[in-house]
Ligand binder design. Structure first.
Ligand code: ZN
Length: 271
C-alpha cells in the first residue's frame, strides 16, 4: 500500500509536469473506484490550468483554476506521465490530457483509490477536516504528542498510527520508529514521559524523511512519476525480522499483534 513517503515521492515526481499545464481532456475509463468518480469531471476540468500539487496525509490535492481534485492511491494506485499517443495499460482507469502533449494516467488494479472533487476549500472536505497534524510539520512535537496521550491506555503503536493523532505513520514506520526511540510497542500511550515522546517524535520524522529521500519504501511494485521504480527497500531494523537477531544487541526480534497489525520489537533495546 502506498504510504506517506510514496505519496510525497509521487507528488514530487508528477508536480513539475503538471503545474502550469492546461487540462485538455479528461477520460474516465472505469468510474467505480473506492467511491464513484464524479461524472462531471470531464465538464469541470477541460480548459482549467493546474496551479499546484499539494499533499495532505496520503491525499494528493491537484489544485486547478476550476477547483481542487483529491486523489488517493488506495491499495495499489499509481500515477505516471506518458506521451498521449502511447498505449494505455489495462488498469489505467483515468487519464488527464495536458497541453504539453503528455497524459497523466492513474493506474489502480484493485480500485481502492479515489478521485473526488473538493471544490474551492479542499481542507474542509470531510475526508481531510479531522486529520491530525502532518508528521514532518513543526506542529507535531513532543508537547503535542504527550498532551494527546494523557490518560490513554491504548498501546502506543496503535496510538501513533491513529490519523486523528498524527497522519501518515503506517505500520512499518511505527515499528521502526518505536525501535529507534527504544519504546515497547504495547506500552500504554498515557504512561510514556515527555522526554521519551521527544525521542519518538524525532524518530518518526527521521524514518519518514529518510524514506522520502530514498524515494519511498514498500514491499510492492511502484512506478514513479517519471516512470522509474520509485520504491526502495531501506534497511529495516525490526519490521518483518521476527526471530532474526537485533542489529544492535543480537537478541531475537519478537512479533506481536496489536490492533490486528503485526508489530516487531527487540525486548532488550525497547522498554
Ligand atoms: Zn536489541
Amino acid at each position: 500500500m502506498p504510504e506517506l513517503p510514496e505519496v510525497e515521492t509521487t507528488r514530487r515526481g508528477v508536480s513539475p509536469h503538471l503545474v502550469g499545464q492546461r487540462i485538455q481532456a479528461v477520460r474516465v475509463h472505469h468510474q467505480q473506484l473506492r467511491w464513484p468518480v464524479p461524472g462531471d469531471l470531464s465538464e469541470r476540468l477541460p480548459g482549467a490550468q493546474v496551479l499546484g500539487v499539494e499533499r495532505r496525509a496520503k491525499y494528493l490535492l491537484l489544485g486547478t483554476s476550476a477547483g481542487t481534485l483529491l486523489v488517493h492511491l488506495g491499495m495499489s494506485g499509481s500515477l505516471r506521465l506518458a506521451e498521449a499517443d502511447s498505449p494505455r495499460l489495462k488498469h489505467d482507469h483515468i487519464e488527464l490530457e495536458l497541453g504539453s502533449g503528455q497524459v497523466l494516467r492513474y493506474c489502480d488494479p484493485r480500485r481502492f483509490g479515489a478521485w473526488l472533487w473538493a471544490g474551492e476549500d479542499p481542507l474542509a472536505h470531510p475526508l481531510l477536516a479531522k486529520l491530525g497534524p502532518e508528521p514532518l510539520s513543526a506542529d507535531f512535537d513532543a508537547d503535542y504528542l504527550y498532551q494527546c496521550a494523557k490518560g490513554k491506555s491504548q498501546a502506543v503503536k496503535t496510538f501513533i498510527m491513529d490519523n486523528h493523532v498524527v497522519v501518515g505513520v503506517g505500520n512499518i514506520y511505527a515499528s521502526e520508529s518505536l525501535f529507534m526511540a527504544g519504546i515497547l510497542p504495547d506500552r500504554a500511550a498515557g504512561s510514556i514521559s515527555k522526554a521519551r515522546y521527544a525521542k519518538l517524535v524525532e524518530a518518526i520524522k527521521f524514518v519518514l524523511d529518510r524514506s522520502i529521500t530514498q524515494g519511498g519504501t514498500t514491499l510492492r511494485d511502484f512506478v514513479g512519476g517519471d516512470g522509474k521504480p520509485g520504491y526502495f527497500q531501506q534497511q529495516l531494523q525490526v519490521y518483518g525480522r521476527s526471530g532474526e537477531p537485533c542489529r544492535h544487541c543480537a537478541t531475537p526480534i519478537k512479533k506481536l499483534v496489536l490492533g490486528q497489525r503485526a508489530s516487531f520489537y527487540c525486548s532488550h533495546c525497547q522498554s
